[in-house]
Design a protein around this ligand. Sequence first.
Ligand code: KG4
Ligand code: ZN
Length: 382
Amino acid sequence: MNKKINKKEIIILAIDTSCDDTSVAVLKNRIVLSSVVSSQVELHQKWGGVVPDIARRAHQENIEKVYLEALKRAKIKEIDIDFFAVTYGPGLAIALEIGIDFAKNLATSNKKPLIPVNHMEGHLLSSLLLNKNGQGKIKINEEEKLFPALGLLISGNHSEIVYAKKIGDYKILGETLDDAAGEAFDKVARMLNLGYPGGPIVSSLADKAKKDWNNPQRAWEEKRNKRPVSEIAGSFGLPIPMMRSGDFNFSFSGLKTACLYKIKELREKHKKDTVWSYNFAREFINAISRSLSHKLIKVIAKHPEVKSVFVGGGVSNNKYIIREIGNIVRKLNKNYFIADKKFRSDNAAMIGIAAYYNISNKKNQLKADKILELDRKPMLRF
Ligand code: KG4
Ligand code: ZN
C-alpha cells in the first residue's frame, strides 16, 4: 500500500450485486481509488430484460475477478482494508446473495467490520464522491450546510422523492405506485423492438426528433384527448401522469399503456416508415420528465426549508430529464447535485460513500458473529 496513506483515513471496499452489474470499488474516505463494474447487459439483451438466474450465475463467475481488479487499480492489498461494505437491498434476492456472501467471507477472514448498505442510499449520496485528486462537487466538511435536502431517485426499479433531514435520516415523501421510470423506458423500448436497456436507446431516438414535436395543442384539437393541454406531453397526446393526484407519488403504468396503443396505431398508419418514432420517443421522455418535475416542485413548495436536491439513479443519465430538473431546481434557488456520469448507473463506489457516512455516524457496523447473521432484503426501504 501507498505508505503515505494516513491511518486516520479509512479504506473501504464496497460491493454491489443488486441487479445486473457486478461492481466493486475501493474508497479512501470519500475518494474513489477504484471503481470496477462488470456489466451483464449482453447476457440479458436477448431476453429483453434482466433474468435473475442468469444474473446470479454471472455474478458468481465474475465477482472474484472484479474484486482483484478493484484492488489492483486502487493499488492496495486486502490487508489494508479497514471496512467492507455491501448492498443488502433492495434488489434481486438471488443476485444480492452473491455479493453478501462474498463480503461476509472477506470481513470475517480479515476480522474487519462489515457495513450493510441500502442501494438507494448509495444512489442518493453518489454526488458526494470525490475523484482521485480529492476533487468533487461538494468539498470536505461542506456536506452539512446542504441539508435538509431532497433526493430524486430514478432507477430501473425505483422512482422516489426522499426527504433527507441530514445524511442518515431519511423519509420517503413520494414513490411510484406501479412501474419505475426506468422500467417504463425499458418497456417502451421493447414495444418499439429496440432492445434492452431501453433508456439509452429511447434517448438516442429522441435526439432525432423534429423541432415541432412539442405540440400538445395539436393532439387536443384532434379530440383524441379529453385532457387539458397542460396534461398532454406532445403532438401524439401521451398523458403526463399523476398531474392531479394531489400527492407526491408517481405512476408510469398508464403512460406505458397509452404508449402501447399509440405505437400500434402509428405502426398501422405508417407501415414500414418509422420516422414517427423519433418524435414519439421525445414526447415519451417529456411525459416522464414533466411528471417528475411537477412532483418535485410540489414537494419543494411544501418544504421550503430544503436547501438542495440530489438526483441519482440510472434514469438520471437522461439529458432531457436532468436538463429540466436542473433548471427547475436552480430557478427555485436550491443547490442542485447530480453524480458524475460514471456513478449514475449502478456502481459500488456509491455503496462505498454510503458506507463512509454510516461509519462516520457510527451506524450499521456489523462485527464478528453479527456479520454472519446479515441477510438480503430484496424489498428494503428507507
Ligand atoms: O440505477 P440503475 O442503473 O439500476 C437500478 O438500480 O435499477 O438504473 C437502470 C435504469 C434502466 O431502466 C435504464 O433503462 C435506465 O436506468 N437508464 C436510462 C438511461 N440510461 C439508463 N433511462 C433514461 N435515459 C437514459 N439515458
Ligand atoms: Zn440502482
